[in-house]
Design a binder for this molecule. Sequence first.
Ligand SMILES: C[S@@+](CC[C@H](N)C(=O)[O-])C[C@H]1O[C@@H](n2cnc3c(N)ncnc32)[C@H](O)[C@@H]1O
Length: 422
Amino acid sequence: MIKGEKIRFDIHNILYSVYKFNKTLNNKDIQKKINGHKKEDISFLNNVTLNSMRFHLHSSKIINRYIKHKIKDKEKILLISAITQIVFLNFKEYAVINCSVEIAKKLKIYHGLINATLKNISKDKEKLKKLDIEFDDLPLWFKNKSKSLTDSQKKNFLKNFNQEPSIHIVFKNEQKLKIFEETLIRTSTISGFLKDRKNVIEIKSYEQGNWWVQDFSSFFPLQNLKVKEKNKKFLDACAAPGGKSFQILSKGYNLTLNDKSKFRIQTLKTNLDRLNLNSKILNKDFTKFHEEEKYDFIIIDAPCSAVGTIRKNPEIFFKNSGPDFKKLETIQEKMLEKASNLLNKNGLIIYMVCSFLNCENEDQISKFLTKRSDFKIFNFDFYIENIKYSKMISNNFVKIVPDTLQGYNIDGYFAAYLKKIK
Ligand SMILES: C[S@@+](CC[C@H](N)C(=O)[O-])C[C@H]1O[C@@H](n2cnc3c(N)ncnc32)[C@H](O)[C@@H]1O
């Protein structure tokens, strides 16, 4: 094998199983394959894999310019990864082309085509870097579901959907932020963006458990929740890996954590240990909860298309097929219904999804309110320091299409507070 071939072969196989079999990068087998490499190779592998997915729409457009006939899926994936390396990551083309040709031979695909196409693309790479993606180039399922976006939201989305995510950190309290050793661009008294990207595990205070990584958009709705009485009962229905729960626990509230996934509960426990937080943990299907025990606040951070996290999870657009909206919408509906039965009078449901699509946002809330006249939308009430973020609120909902804040990237998100009035 030539230098760099083995790791590129693994990258090809990972991309192929995401594209063809709808696997996600945190799939156990894929993680095993990634972790089988040396530390320095893992960062190369992650860099090429994630960027191949982020730039696959650009790369596919390039392929269509150079190849006029239909090609096999394996040829397409191999070309996407090679084009990303040559055009968008500026790697030395001869190494990329040599490895790609060897991989093509092993895959028994047309290596002459790979060789010739990549050589032609290399010659034009400066011109190809400037290629633009239009809204029409996005996956069909996404275009259909995002029709309500305004032209300026669409333009903004196209500008930033394939960028690297920024790292936003949330602290247990103001004191812990003050002693943080890295440069932080503050977003509140207890949160901020890391000025320079780095592997957070390598930050000294990581092990001290003073902070966790949580996107600004997903932090914002609970940061503005005002609850004076510490004895109120909270339930986080879908808690793992834990960001929202950490926000509530670090303020000293009585919170029960639940998640259906055993695997994700393990991650949640590891995170709680590191942060020196603890609480009652359940591992149940929330839609099947018994209804004797009642709560004052129920957080539903529901399973969703996750399209708001497209920068962190570029596989959402890379997969051959879109999310199963019917299944997701049904479970979101069932969760709202279950929470409504578990809530005390005057209690609040905080419904959240990392999606900005109406079918998972406003439409779910209107369906719920038509069925339940004992609920109403509760006003989103800002802490004074957060007034500057008021553009993130519309009609009393938090609604964020992936955007930038102070020059840093934030996810798309939706949150609604629903109050039980009877
Ligand atoms: C968006 S994630 C939650 C993220 C979490 N709140 C946080 O801040 O880190 C959705 C979670 O819902 C869980 N889930 C999916 N279906 C569920 C169900 N029927 N009952 C309980 N949890 C469920 C998933 O395992 C997943 O961990």
